[in-house]
Design a protein around this ligand. Structure first.
Ligand code: DX5
Ligand code: ZN
Length: 249
């Protein structure tokens, strides 16, 4: 990658595959990350769950800090009231931080606050501020936030676990979000998270998104590096279908 900001790196790699480590071997995370690096992936996705907004509890800033990797750290905060917590994730080295309006009393304020923060890995790299929407949240929630975010993440599953089934209505929501972004005239990345497997990743790439999160399809306990390579190749094929105009519906 030649770009210097995290945002430009993502644009340059679009559609980038962000690999979720929720189902990786957390006791061997260093070697799991090495597999990802070898596969050619550029982004690692960490699902932070607090046991309140999500039924399960996962990891916090110390784990983010412990990830020694050149991969961009994509931190998905599925936690209640992140206002006073985001700074710890930024200090721990997050490059992308995504929050949920469903979990915030003051979502606009959290985004404003993040605009003032510096990337702890490299201040020149900047932070990518993301807003994720659950499958049941109307996209209109995004409209007042469009000047304070760099990434919209459409969830294709309800927050909670890896390995859930892709909710079909997410495709229409992606199309709607694309129109919203185009209409705003702003430079905003669009991503999809949840239920993305070997069978549907090319179709998701063909939707014209910039970031595709996939977890259990890569870390299935068998062959993470091969799986990640498969997903990266499948994305290229999906984009090829889009470009050649033979996109499957
Ligand atoms: C859902 C998480 C997703 C999910 C991805 O709660 O935000 O990142 O774990 O995992 P898969 O790809 O297994 O759906
Ligand atoms: Zn996630």
């Amino acid at each position: 990658m030649t770009a210097s900001s995290a945002f430009d790196m993502l644009r340059e790699s679009s559609p980038a595959v962000s690999v979720g480590v929720l189902t990786a071997d957390l006791l061997s995370l260093g070697s799991e990350l090495a597999l990802l690096e070898r596969s050619g992936a550029k982004v690692v996705h960490v699902d932070v769950m607090d046991g309140c907004f999500c039924p399960m509890m996962t990891v916090g800033p110390p784990l983010i800090k412990a990830l020694k990797t050149p991969l961009l750290k994509d931190v998905h905060l599925m936690i209640n009231e992140p206002l006073n917590k985001v700074a710890d994730y930024v200090s721990a080295g997050a490059d992308i931080i995504t929050i949920h309006p469903e979990a915030c009393s003051h979502v606009h304020r959290v985004l404003q606050q993040m605009r003032m923060m510096k990337n702890a890995n490299d201040p020149e790299r900047g932070l990518v501020r993301g807003v994720a929407l659950n499958p049941g949240t109307p996209l209109e929630v995004l409209e007042p936030l469009l000047d304070e975010l760099e990434l919209i993440l459409i969830l294709a599953v309800n927050p909670g676990w890896g390995g859930q089934k892709f909710i079909a209505s997410a495709k229409g929501r992606v199309e709607k979000a694309k129109r919203m972004i185009a209409g705003s005239g702003r430079n905003i990345l669009l991503g999809v998270d949840g239920g993305i497997t070997r069978d549907n990743i090319a179709d998701v790439a063909a939707l014209g998104v910039d970031l595709i999160v996939t977890g259990s399809a890569v870390f299935d306990g068998k062959a993470a590096e091969t799986n990640a390579k498969f997903m990266l190749e499948a994305v290229k094929k999906g984009v090829g279908c889009q470009v050649s105009g033979v996109r499957r519906q």
